[in-house]
Write a protein that binds this ligand. Structure first.
Ligand code: ZN
Length: 338
């Protein structure tokens, strides 16, 4: 039997409006043709900044993978506004709002095709708008990068303790290398995250390419706070120094390691209802301890359902809105290491 013929992929339809290798600071856009009813030859213009000074590694910084998360967009916008070119030792490519249509819509997923960018990698040059963005990142920007930082937070529906997040990997050298970057970021917490749903993630595509990778989860709720923005801005500088794209040494890290052992770390709601929290984010919890109650909003007088911790640790993430639905992740528990 002859194997099915695989055709070469066509080039990406996305064109940068700036050179990606010119010395200095270039602000421009990624031009993604988007023919639509109100503009036959229209385009989505995704902002990009490229900063080049001399020889050194290329670091790719991304935010806005989910459009309702603001720590990446804000920290990266502040970075490109304030960067001192003399400090740069190599190249920094910055895409603060990767899923720009979702960012404009203040939504996790794209309003154009409904897609979650972080579930469609490696994408397709002939797919939907979101798949085209993923394809450009995978085939055009990732090959330029010696390291990638992708900044996430909890978005509108989750709130995390501020943490740098690496992953457990089959390649233990790569795992150790990424863990060093997580500690160098210098957030209050660092973890090796176990994802609920890893397929199609930017994380997986970068890690599979063998490129050093770091992600974050920093607060959330669809907003920012001065303290959480400071953690992000300082963390970006620290990790740029750690990877050698910015002069100087990262500040000494005092990140507390968090162990998120397995999928059992998540508490999943088995009811719809109003959430009555019994503990705060970051509080210590013990296995069996009630952390929240869910009140029935269909039948008044029904007793609330109690949700109990399943491990001894801390509440590292919580569902942000005041109501939950069946199947929602109510919380993520983690063990403090050491
Ligand atoms: Zn995210």
């Amino acid at each position: 039997m002859t194997p099915p013929m695989s055709l070469p992929l066509p080039p990406s339809p996305i064109t940068p409006t700036i050179p990606l290798d010119a010395s200095g600071v270039q602000h421009g856009h990624l031009h993604l043709p988007h023919s639509r009813d109100d503009s036959a030859y229209g385009a989505i213009m995704i902002p990009i900044t490229v900063i080049v000074n001399g020889d050194g590694p290329t670091v790719l910084l991304t935010g806005g993978n989910h459009g309702d998360e603001y720590h990446g967009p804000l920290a990266l916008t502040k970075l490109v506004n304030a960067i001192d070119l003399d400090e740069v030792t190599g190249r920094i490519i910055v895409v603060p709002y990767m899923n720009y249509p979702a960012f404009v819509a203040a939504a996790r997923n794209s309003p154009i095709d409904g897609a979650n960018l972080n579930r469609v990698f490696p994408g397709s040059p002939t797919g939907t708008v979101t798949q085209k963005i993923a394809d450009f990142m995978t085939r055009e920007l990732l090959p330029l990068a010696d390291a990638v930082l992708d900044i996430h937070d909890g978005g509108k529906t989750l709130e995390f303790l501020p943490m740098a997040a690496s992953h457990v990997l089959d390649d233990k050298d790569a795992e150790a290398r990424n863990w060093k970057a997580a500690l160098a970021f210098g957030a209050p917490y660092a973890t090796k995250l176990v994802e609920l749903d890893m397929l199609g993630m930017w994380d997986a595509v970068v890690e599979d390419s063998g490129t050093p990778f770091l992600s974050t989860e920093i607060a959330g709720g669809g907003t920012t706070r001065p303290s959480s923005v400071r953690v992000t801005v300082d963390g970006v500088r620290n990790v740029l120094q750690h990877w050698g794209a910015l002069a100087g040494q990262p500040a000494p890290s005092s990140s507390a390691p968090l162990d998120i052992a397995d999928h059992g770390a998540y508490l999943i709601s088995e009811d719809d209802g109003l959430l009555d929290w019994l503990v705060e984010l970051g509080d210590a919890v013990a296995a069996g301890q009630p952390v929240a109650r869910i009140y029935n909003t269909v039948k008044l007088g029904a007793p609330p359902i109690e949700v109990a911790a399943t491990i001894d640790g801390v509440l590292a993430m919580r569902h942000f809105p005041g109501v939950v639905k069946m199947g929602d992740a109510i919380a993520m528990q983690a063990r403090l290491v050491g």
